[in-house]
Design a protein around this ligand. Sequence first.
Ligand SMILES: *[C@@H]1O[C@H](CO)[C@@H](O)[C@H](O)[C@H]1NC(C)=O
Ligand SMILES: *[C@@H]1O[C@H](CO)[C@@H](O)[C@H](O)[C@H]1NC(C)=O
Ligand SMILES: *[C@@H]1O[C@H](CO)[C@@H](O)[C@H](O)[C@H]1NC(C)=O
Ligand SMILES: *[C@@H]1O[C@H](CO)[C@@H](O)[C@H](O)[C@H]1NC(C)=O
Ligand SMILES: *[C@@H]1O[C@H](CO)[C@@H](O)[C@H](O)[C@H]1NC(C)=O
Ligand SMILES: *[C@@H]1O[C@H](CO)[C@@H](O)[C@H](O)[C@H]1NC(C)=O
Ligand SMILES: *[C@@H]1O[C@H](CO)[C@@H](O)[C@H](O)[C@H]1NC(C)=O
Ligand SMILES: *[C@@H]1O[C@H](CO)[C@@H](O)[C@H](O)[C@H]1NC(C)=O
Ligand SMILES: [Zn+2]
Length: 412
Amino acid sequence: MLARSTTLFFLGLTTLAAAGPTTEAEASALLGEAECQPYGYQPVTNAILAKQFPPIWVPVPSLQNDTDALAKFRSIEANIPKIAPKGENGVPSNTTVYDRAADPDCWWTQAQCVQPKAAGVKPDIFNVPEPRTLGYGFDDGPYCGHNAFYNYLSQKNQKATMFFVGSNVLNNPLQAQRAVADGHEICVHSWSHAFMTAFNNEQAYGELYFTMKAIKLVTGYTPKCWRPPRGDVDDRIRFIAQSLGLDNVMWKYDSFDWEKGLNGVTEDTVRSNYEKLISDASTGVLNTAGAIILAHELSNYTMQVAVDYYPKLAAAFDHIVPIAVAFNKTQPYAETDLTMPDFKQYIAQRPASSSNSSSSNNSNGKGDGKNDSSNSTNGKTSVSGASAAIVVRPLSTGGILLATLAVAIAML
Ligand SMILES: *[C@@H]1O[C@H](CO)[C@@H](O)[C@H](O)[C@H]1NC(C)=O
Ligand SMILES: *[C@@H]1O[C@H](CO)[C@@H](O)[C@H](O)[C@H]1NC(C)=O
Ligand SMILES: *[C@@H]1O[C@H](CO)[C@@H](O)[C@H](O)[C@H]1NC(C)=O
Ligand SMILES: *[C@@H]1O[C@H](CO)[C@@H](O)[C@H](O)[C@H]1NC(C)=O
Ligand SMILES: *[C@@H]1O[C@H](CO)[C@@H](O)[C@H](O)[C@H]1NC(C)=O
Ligand SMILES: *[C@@H]1O[C@H](CO)[C@@H](O)[C@H](O)[C@H]1NC(C)=O
Ligand SMILES: *[C@@H]1O[C@H](CO)[C@@H](O)[C@H](O)[C@H]1NC(C)=O
Ligand SMILES: *[C@@H]1O[C@H](CO)[C@@H](O)[C@H](O)[C@H]1NC(C)=O
Ligand SMILES: [Zn+2]
């Protein structure tokens, strides 16, 4: 979830070094500590110049002339549950009349519904089946200044599920690559972080489709999971996401970290939300099934509070795992050459979460935390629980030498 005072600063054409950096390490070398300075990244630049994406941080207007997207959309359109959009262009209507008690659309925003009512729609994931286990994930990235946070996770040998906003992926492509290189699971979190139930069918499809396309462009992988911004989902949107191969991942515990300083939410509120999760884990409430927490890669504050609470979570839970791992989804992407461990392998490969990891220290002190050694067997890359080292697929670098990029930075 995300504060909605989004201001767009169009910085125009920014020129960096000749071909632009191609790895985050190169970007760090170029930019020093200025992690959040915009940079050009050629594959993204080329795609934007070729008009392969809708405008960054703007609710997707339509599928435009993307013939691939249009053909796929047309093939599922007739089967989409006949539920009216609850607003326009991602903005909820304040005149929508909804029977919350009957909850005909399984609209989470109104009824916290997670068991779809429309035929053939898969139920949401909102907790993890393993007892005393935490499904660990962060929304709204990739955040430009995430290196300290990712370094910390690497140092703890901790993988998580990162729900990326498509517009952020194009603005911070090297940071998105780092998530894959570090062994995290990447899921979709829409293109413009608007209200999904307030889009028409084609726009909702585009919000997911173009985010998948952006993640594929910069990391080489196509996610198989998503989370609706603010949890705003109903059976119409669930169906559309499912048609794109995306499982819907909700949560059971909300840190409300994104809301600190807004609507009366204070640092104490956020701390007490984390404490509640820890106390439930410690007092047996999660002994039958584990939990999923909603937290954010959104600002220094949200990441720092995650770091501050990590040791307590690790002490309270038996295991802290990415969502894919909790469900034994060993192939988290459409491409099958990157695998993740199943639950049993993950917990065998790393010490119990409450003990320190001494076997793995991926922090190279340069801020990018990468170790480019790969474990490649028969062309299969595996991200093990014990070693994050994988190789990000080679990215095409076209012929344009001057890296220019119209950059929009969203201040969230
Ligand atoms: C797609 O349509 C948009 C809007 O009509 C247009 O600006 C753009 O040039 C088109 N892109 C391509 C690749 O034809
Ligand atoms: C709905 O929103 C419109 C535009 O912001 C406003 O003028 C109107 O008063 C609102 N209606 C209600 C019932 O809140
Ligand atoms: C937050 O900012 C402080 C001060 O710049 C820095 O020391 C710290 O590492 C940052 N924390 C995270 C998680 O990025
Ligand atoms: C994951 O696999 C383990 C066996 O290794 C099994 O016990 C567990 O039930 C599986 N979890 C799910 C969600 O299928
Ligand atoms: C884990 O490491 C921290 C410092 O990094 C240390 O204070 C703590 O005692 C260690 N815990 C265990 C169980 O080794
Ligand atoms: C990890 O490596 C960094 C850089 O070499 C070092 O500063 C840090 O102390 C190491 N941490 C652990 C837990 O070994
Ligand atoms: C990367 O990891 C491999 C295997 O663990 C190790 O041999 C190598 O020295 C590491 N390289 C760097 C730059 O840390
Ligand atoms: C690479 O992965 C394979 C299969 O999981 C494993 O058998 C092998 O020991 C690993 N090699 C290294 C160097 O980690
Ligand atoms: Zn969000």
